[in-house]
Design a protein around this ligand. Structure first.
Ligand code: COA
Length: 169
């Protein structure tokens, strides 16, 4: 029996978030998304409910540094306005969100359904990070770092350094 080769069309997904800062959990989700899509845009979106520690430019730079310069399947972008409009403009088929625990579900479900209401052609895809990243968030990492805690296993090395610098002044 001959095996058919599936030639999927070029696929693109948008992974949005505040990324203040990017964590090992975010990187885990990005790597999983890269197994499913040809290209992933990491979209730093404005969330009015948050006051970031790092500026937009700092967050863009720290995310770019997570990937080798020749990683052509990743793009980092700042996004203002509706995320689904951006996804449509870019021809993205999906928005990626990480689901860590049941507590994420209500908010994520609401967000996904509202996004679908606004734009039915873009779906939300939920990915689960590895178990060891289930309990982290950017806020809890900042809180630990602010009080001198060692978060070096939870963020990339350059982000750890930036956190130490931010809280040592
Ligand atoms: N590992 C570690 N932490 C993770 C994670 C993972 N895999 N997945 C999520 N998190 C954490 C984040 O660090 C963040 O933690 P924090 O609250 O301590 O900062 C938290 O989970 C969720 O935040 P994040 O994923 O960054 O999303 P957000 O809720 O800050 O942002 C947007 C949501 C940006 C996607 C949303 O506001 C948006 O789409 N904005 C654009 C405007 C728009 O279109 N709005 C929608 C209208 S319905």
């Amino acid at each position: 029996m001959t095996q058919e080769v599936c030639t999927k069309p070029h696929t693109l997904a948008v992974y949005p978030g505040t990324f203040d800062p990017i964590t090992m959990g975010h990187l885990d989700i990005i790597n999983r998304a890269l197994n499913l899509f040809d290209h992933v845009i990491i979209a730093i979106a404005i969330n009015p409910g948050k006051t970031p520690l790092f500026t937009l430019d700092e967050r863009i730079e720290m995310i770019k540094q997570c990937f080798p310069a020749d990683e052509s399947r990743i793009e980092v972008a700042a996004v203002s306005g509706l995320l689904v409009n951006y996804a449509m403009q870019r021809g993205a088929k999906a928005i990626i969100r990480g689901l860590r625990a049941v507590s994420d579900f209500d908010y994520e479900f609401q967000l996904a359904l509202m996004n679908r209401k606004l734009e039915r052609d873009v779906d939300t895809l939920f990915l689960m990070p590895a178990f060891r990243w289930i309990f982290i968030s950017s806020s809890i990492i900042k809180d630990a770092a602010r009080h001198g805690g060692d978060v070096s296993e939870l963020v990339p090395a350059h982000v750890n350094k930036l956190l130490i610098d931010a809280f040592s002044s």
